[in-house]
Design a binder for this molecule. Structure first.
Ligand code: CUA
Length: 296
């Protein structure tokens, strides 16, 4: 069921298109059966040319014209002025998501989008290198993410709930594992969540996991706000422990899954740019996964 204005328009359009096509198909089938079972009489119909002209030319022109006239205004993106702006970039193969936090400072996260219900969000969609397509079927139609361009999409969620977003354009080996979680929340809960995301990470303790993170150069690709790790190639991990999934929806966000992911990125997600760290001792991987889990 549609849970956004944009998706509701698409569902209405589809209802009318499919409904009309069904009615026309049934009409044609009835006429075809009548004509073929009683073809001698059909052939002797008075004013055969008028029949052909009206049912074969006039009727389709009027019907298709009416459907076109009905559908074109629905394609306009005329949602209210946005109360929220979110930049989403299609990476290989994950989603870089950037909000403007309290005070306007950018808040970056990955593979997760939260929206306040009833507020129009403007998405600025782009990609640094290859074409992806941003699609949350329950909320809106799909929009391409094209290198060198910023495409805009307005989404007004009408229901709270959890939804799934996907990449809808083949973009390489891990295209099918390029998903993201979407949560539509009450506005108050959304503000609290955004404020928490804007805050720096507060890890529980600084033990073996953090040492492993620093020693293996994880900070060269990943940022953890509030620490010396400032890499920007891979997903921002400031609050990775509170995310709903890891590896762009490839696995659930649990410590054992994080451990498996660190040890076998390329097996779980073919073509992924993050190398596997299977050469590390199991104890070090376990400590790393446990420490990442505390970054909530
Ligand atoms: Cu990104 Cu398909």
């Amino acid at each position: 069921m549609p849970a956004g204005e944009n998706a509701r328009r698409i569902a209405t359009l589809m209802f009318w298109m499919v409904g009309s096509a069904l009615v026309i198909w049934l009409l044609v089938m009835v006429l075809a059966v009548l004509a073929t079972t009683n073809w001698k009489r059909a052939w002797r119909l008075p004013r055969l040319n008028t029949w052909v002209a009206s049912a074969g030319v006039l009727l389709p022109t009027v019907l298709l014209g009416a459907l076109l006239g009905y559908s074109l205004p629905l394609l306009r993106n005329d949602e209210p002025a946005p109360g929220l702006r979110i930049e989403v970039t299609g990476e290989r193969w994950w989603w870089r998501v950037r909000y403007a936090g309290p005070g306007g400072m950018p808040v970056e996260l990955a593979n997760e989008i939260r929206l306040p219900v009833g507020v129009t969000a403007e998405f600025l969609l782009s990609s640094p290198e290859i074409i992806h397509s941003f699609w949350i079927p329950s909320l809106a139609g799909k929009v391409d993410m094209i290198p060198g361009r910023v495409n805009r999409l307005h989404i007004t969620p009408t229901h709270t709930g959890s939804f799934r977003g996907v990449c809808a354009e083949f973009c390489g080996s891990a295209h099918a594992q390029m998903a993201f979680a979407v949560e539509v929340m009450e506005p108050d809960a959304f503000s609290q969540w955004l404020a928490a995301q804007a805050a720096p990470a507060v890890p529980e303790g600084h033990g073996a996991g953090e040492r492993a993170f620093a020693a293996n150069g994880c900070g060269g690709c990943h940022a953890i706000r509030g620490s010396e790790h400032r890499g920007s190639i891979g997903p921002d991990l400031t609050h990775v422990g509170s995310r709903l999934t890891i590896a762009a929806g490839a696995r659930s966000n649990e410590i054992p899954e994080l451990h498996r992911w660190l040890a076998a990125t390329e097996t779980i997600k073919p073509g992924v740019r993050m190398p596997s760290y299977s050469m590390l001792p199991e104890t070090e991987l376990a400590a790393l996964a446990a420490w990442l889990g505390t970054l909530e």
